[in-house]
Design a protein around this ligand. Structure first.
Ligand code: BGC
Length: 406
């Protein structure tokens, strides 16, 4: 297959906390400012997408992308427990209408890492009543969702449940692949997803509901196969299996995780010393996307896959194009082998706040953080041209990143 199917979703993703700025009623804002924070820098005004979302959408639509995945911020919508902000709901409704007006199909994420501070203060997902708090929020946003095609209930629940380790050790905990998720938190998230799906399906029968899991391309390099499968199950498979019965499963992949064994314990092997790294320190390994969609598909059965995040932190945009070209090549190979993939969303539209730091730049668009002026990179036009033609060029030119052949 050299062509992507008709109707394939071609988009880019962002999240509210990473782009909007001034998310002062969220737990992440608090985390960024507490005295012993692991964050190197706060999110501050972020890239002011709360006000400049129209510019962001214009850039995507002009480039040829057809879909935009963005999140609505629970902390703004319910800044105090039980008090819902009509102004915040109107804001997100205007964004949905703004996307539709530009011919961009919105995919709405209801929860992307940040919580209202009050929710965290009550014990977050581990507290009794957490699922009810989330479903009350879901019921309160139903009114703004008409015209939306896809809803993602919760972004990377496996990372949310692993967040305790990340909060303690900082983002370097991610070098373990996915730190072990907290089982009670995982159970609450799965229940929250199932209840949210029911509420959404009943209220809006045309909505396609799913959730997005952080899916590593786990490569088992030990004979301890059962233990390795158990390691992967706790970190990933249970969250994928929870999507059986959904309308789609979101796969979010950046690199691979090679599993070995030390003293009878399954461990993630560090990349070889010669391995190429990205600005997050992760191994540059675009082919991971092929392995990840295969692993996801084998866990969810017949549920179609949508790649809801994939990308690379680099200051060299030509490298971004190369990465994306290689990732899409691996995706097409998996589709050739029968994996049902319905769309690809690049992470990220914008250089944005990378959970504690502004250094890793994932964007198709650069943003000047003092003037907020957006500067599209060549990779945006490149991805847009792939979207327009539905074809992947055979190779990318070393100097410019432009396509060669067809
Ligand atoms: C998250 C994004 C994040 C990206 C790169 C995913 O885990 O959903 O919010 O910026 O990976 O680290």
């Amino acid at each position: 297959m050299t062509r992507f199917p008709q109707g394939f979703l071609w988009g880019a993703s962002t999240s509210a906390h990473q782009t909007e700025g001034g998310n002062v009623t969220s737990d992440w804002w608090y985390l960024e400012h507490k005295p012993d924070t692991f964050c190197q820098e706060p999110s501050g005004d972020a890239v002011d997408s709360y006000h400049r979302w129209g510019e962001d959408m214009d850039l995507m639509a002009e480039a040829g992308l057809t879909d935009y995945r963005f999140s609505i911020e629970w902390a703004r919508i319910e800044p105090i427990e039980g008090a819902f902000s009509l102004a915040a709901l109107h804001h997100y409704r205007r964004m949905i209408e703004g996307a539709l007006r530009r011919g961009l199909r919105p995919m709405i994420t209801l929860h992307h890492f940040s919580n209202p501070l009050w929710f965290s203060a009550r014990g977050s997902w581990n507290a009794p009543g957490a699922v009810d708090r989330f479903t009350r929020y879901v019921r309160n946003v139903l009114g703004i969702l008409h015209g939306v095609g896809h809803v993602c209930t919760i972004n990377e629940p496996n990372m949310v449940a692993a967040f305790r380790a990340i909060a303690e050790r900082g983002p370097e905990a991610l070098n373990d692949g996915i730190p072990e998720p907290d089982p009670d938190c995982a159970e609450a998230l799965i229940e929250a997803h199932h209840q949210a799906r029911r509420i959404l399906n009943e209220a809006c029968p045309d909505l396609q509901v799913g959730w997005s899991v952080a899916v590593q391309d786990f490569q088992v390099e030990t004979d301890a196969e059962q233990e390795a499968a158990e390691y992967v199950r706790r970190r990933q498979t249970v969250f994928l299996e929870a999507a059986r019965g959904d309308d789609w499963i979101g796969v979010q992949t950046y690199t691979r995780a090679r599993l070995g064994a030390e003293a009878g314990q399954v461990v993630r092997r560090s990349p070889d010393a010669s391995a190429e790294r990205t600005l997050t320190g992760w191994e540059y390994y675009p082919a991971a996307l092929g392995g990840a969609v295969r692993q996801a598909a084998s866990a969810v059965g017949t549920v179609p896959v949508i790649v809801t995040e994939n990308g690379v932190a680099t200051g060299d945009d030509t490298r971004r194009i190369r990465y994306t070209h290689a990732a899409l090549t691996a995706l097409l190979e998996a589709m050739d082998d029968g994996i049902d993939v319905r769309g690809y969303f690049h992470w990220s539209l914008l250089d944005n706040y990378e959970w504690g730091s502004w250094e890793p730049t994932f964007g198709l668009v650069a943003v000047d953080r003092t003037t907020f002026v957006r500067s599209p990179k060549a990779s945006l036009a490149w991805l847009g041209s792939v979207a327009r033609s539905g074809r992947l060029p055979q190779a990318v030119d070393a100097a410019t990143g432009a396509g060669e052949g067809s």
